[in-house]
Design a protein around this ligand. Structure first.
Ligand code: SAM
Length: 208
């Protein structure tokens, strides 16, 4: 077998192993998705979900992140939103819809009747097969969530969002730095090494 073919085969084996490992773990622990472990790691690092947190979960389907948040939050409120239908997680509210539609934004604001402590977004654009286009489209979602969050987060609020280390990464970082005092990036172990996926963690809105 040619060397390049051997490398490709071993890489796809590693990807499969990584996927299987977290798939099995999520089944054992009753999580709806492998993505749950990314939020567990993010929260372990930055400790932003507390029992009284009011939290908005964007791009929540099938519900892994909502489940993780619901295990911690007991006195705060959780609202999840996705374009896809999702069976709600106990003690949380789900709204089906596109986050960028005005009526959905208004629903979020009226549900919490106050500004929010935390917004988590694992939103990803529908895949087209063209990885760099997919990355640009997902980063666009991240960009818009940052803009959105400045209106509905409390001054000491936290935003966590998926993004990709593509060419437009720098634009997203610039925007985050212009609105928040603290901006960090973290790639959880449970996110495949080969993937350019990473997570943005922002806190403390600047008073502009
Ligand atoms: C990677 S999945 C989220 C996995 C989820 N965090 C979990 O733990 O199970 C990404 C989701 O983002 C959603 N999404 C993408 N664009 C959206 C938008 N504009 N409004 C709402 N949801 C969106 C997709 O429908 C998809 O279900």
């Amino acid at each position: 077998m040619k060397k390049s073919k051997r490398i490709k085969k071993s890489n796809s084996w590693k990807i499969k192993q990584h996927r299987d490992q977290y798939f099995k773990k999520s089944k054992t622990l009753g999580y709806r998705s492998r993505a749950s472990f990314k939020l567990i790691e993010l929260n372990k690092k930055y400790n932003f979900i507390k029992k009284n947190t009011n939290l908005l979960d964007l791009g929540s389907y099938p519900g892994g992140w909502t489940q993780v948040a619901a295990k911690i939050i007991t006195t705060g409120k959780i609202l999840s939103m996705d374009k896809k239908e999702m069976s709600p997680v106990k003690n949380t509210k789900f709204i089906k819809g596109d986050i960028f539609e005005k009526k959905n934004k208004n629903e979020i604001i009226s549900y919490f009747s106050n500004k929010l402590d935390v917004i988590i977004s694992d939103m990803a654009a529908d895949t087209t097969g063209n990885k760099s286009l997919d990355s640009i489209r997902t980063n666009q979602l991240c960009y818009e969530v940052i803009v959105f969050s400045k209106d509905i987060l409390k001054p000491r609020g936290v935003l966590v969002s998926k993004l990709f280390m593509g060419d437009d990464f720098i634009e997203v970082k610039k925007l985050a730095n212009s609105l928040f005092k603290k901006v960090n990036f973290f790639k959880p172990e449970s996110s495949r090494k080969e993937s350019k996926e990473t997570y943005l963690h922002c806190e403390f809105l600047k008073s502009l």
